[in-house]
Design a protein around this ligand. Structure first.
Ligand code: FPP
Length: 229
């Protein structure tokens, strides 16, 4: 693998947990649990490969319309994940960030996420960014309204300061598992020049070698950013 062509920032749309569970005649929660385990492995492997930011699309604004039982199961997984892994992440030099409107989540989940951010080491080699109740359209409207409230006229540079991703470089590569070929309201502004990688693999089956395949494919792409070469 060409070490000079490792994406600095990967966005990951983790799709297919439900179908993975259904194939095994199991409830959707079983798929989400397997998805959480896959996410942990992928984050560790991305760090080993030299990726600096991994943004995981954990819950979209639209996902919040799912049955309360499924949402409660997902909140339970956050609790489990954070309690078990956050200290391990810190001691390995990694930090946590959250993007999205978390104010509608259960209070204790909000606290876990905010503390997770606050207690992260300042200068991290790797950032795991959770997109939770995140939607790009809501993010863009929020950014515009914040700027209007301040009476600020925006330009390409200052606009970024109003986005949830402030200070984080745009994703170089966006991976979507589970067979669909769309972005589903994920990082729409930031992905203007991202390379897109789609795979039919359902998220719980997306392992280290699958991530390597995506990075390898990325390393072969010619990125022109609208220029000739
Ligand atoms: C999409 O699969 C996945 C989600 C809506 C949730 C993503 C969550 C995880 C991977 C695990 C949670 C991680 C942590 C840190 C707790 P889907 O349910 O839409 O699958 P389907 O398209 O097959 O129905």
């Amino acid at each position: 693998m060409d070490e000079n062509k490792i994406p600095l920032h990967i966005g990951l749309i983790m799709d297919g947990n439900g179908r993975w569970a259904k194939k095994r005649l199991m409830p959707r929660s079983y798929g989400h649990n397997a998805g959480m385990n896959a996410m942990i492995k992928i984050a560790e492997h991305a760090k080993v490969r030299g990726v600096k930011y991994l943004t995981v699309y954990t819950l979209s604004t639209e996902n919040l319309l799912r049955p309360q039982e499924e949402l409660d199961g997902l909140y339970g997984l956050f609790r489990k994940y954070f309690t078990k892994n956050v200290q391990k992440l810190y001691s390995s030099g990694a930090g946590v960030k959250v993007i999205g409107d978390i104010s509608v989540l259960p209070q204790d989940v909000q606290t876990l996420l905010l503390d997770g951010e606050k207690n992260s080491p300042k200068d991290c080699a790797f950032w795991l960014i959770f997109a939770i109740n995140y939607g790009a359209r809501a993010e863009l409207l929020r950014a515009c309204n914040l700027a209007i409230e301040k009476g600020e006229k925006l330009d390409g540079k200052s606009f970024g300061n109003y986005l949830y991703t402030q200070g984080v470089p745009d994703p170089d590569l966006i991976i979507r598992t589970g067979g669909e070929k769309r972005l589903s309201n994920f990082l729409l502004y930031q992905s203007a020049y991202s390379e897109l990688y789609f795979t039919d693999t359902l998220f719980p089956d997306f392992d280290e070698s699958e991530l390597d395949k995506a990075i390898e494919e990325f390393s072969k792409r010619e990125r022109r950013f609208g220029k000739i070469n």
